[in-house]
Design a protein around this ligand. Structure first.
Ligand code: ADP
Ligand code: MG
Length: 244
């Protein structure tokens, strides 16, 4: 196992909504400077897994160890303060606020982030400084969301569907910026993505989920080379829809 330098170690995690279990037996790890992609069809449990890791929802079993520490009573905001960043599906922007105003916002007790810091990651935002988020293109909105997440300086950044609603060419342009964040800062990235190929091109490793479980894991190169592996995982272990 190569988990000794892992920023994040997830062991046999289970979670769901109310009494309904959605994901179980999820084990994965992310090391410093690593980009790890979490793939799987719609409804596989990818978003639920990220939510359980960042404690947006409680885990019903298993362990999440972040920066060597696992504390079931540690609340989500404390985990975030220790450096766990979670960019949720839907970006979490305020359409009535300008780009710059997004950096004046912070939750109580949260470290203030600066627009200047965000510009080091996305200098393009300078010319959009006074534009309202609602008037930005989808790609510019995602850039703003990423810039806010990165400006907090997370040691581990989890991103849920960067590509949602974006044209493929925009996705191709944004993905390398995620790779760069890991390379430059040494942070780990856990990326949930439907655009499999775009994600694998910047990733080191991947996990494939289906029906609430991790079905397989492999190096990104191997996943790119053997596309059938992913397809088989998407089908689950019942052999449903797969020719024998
Ligand atoms: N807030 C929720 N309440 C109840 N069930 C949910 C909720 N969010 C997701 N689910 C269910 O959990 C399962 C996994 O969903 P999700 O984690 O969003 O999958 P993915 O992100 O891989 O598409 C789905 O069956 C979905 O209907
Ligand atoms: Mg999802």
């Amino acid at each position: 196992m190569t988990t000794s330098h892992a920023l994040l170690e997830v062991d046999a995690l289970a979670a769901g909504y109310g009494r309904a279990g959605v994901v179980r037996d999820i084990s994965l790890h992310v090391g410093a400077g690593e980009v790890v992609v979490l793939l799987g069809p719609n409804g596989a449990g990818k978003t639920t897994t990220l939510r359980a890791i960042s404690k947006v929802i409680p885990a019903s079993a298993g362990e999440v160890r972040f920066l060597g520490r696992s504390d079931k009573r540690e609340p989500a905001f404390a985990l975030a303060r220790r450096g766990l960043g979670h960019l949720p599906e839907g970006r979490g922007l305020f359409f009535g606020l300008t780009v710059e105003e997004h950096f004046a916002l912070s939750h109580p007790g949260e470290r203030r982030i600066s627009f200047a810091e965000a510009l080091t990651f996305f200098p393009e935002l300078e010319r959009l400084r006074t534009r309202r988020a609602g008037q930005l293109s989808g790609g510019e909105q995602q850039m703003l969301a990423l810039a806010r997440a990165m400006a907090r300086g997370p040691r581990l950044l989890m991103i849920d569907e960067l590509s949602l609603g974006l044209a493929p060419i925009i996705v191709e342009r944004l993905m390398p910026r995620v790779r760069e964040y890991a390379d430059v800062t040494g942070a780990g990235v856990l990326l949930v993505e439907q655009q499999v190929n775009a994600a694998l091109r910047i990733a080191d490793r991947g996990y494939v989920m289906a029906r609430g479980r991790v079905r397989m894991t492999a190096d990104a190169e191997q996943l790119i080379a053997d596309h059938d592996l992913i397809v088989a995982s998407y089908m689950g272990d019942s052999g449903e829809g797969v020719e024998a």
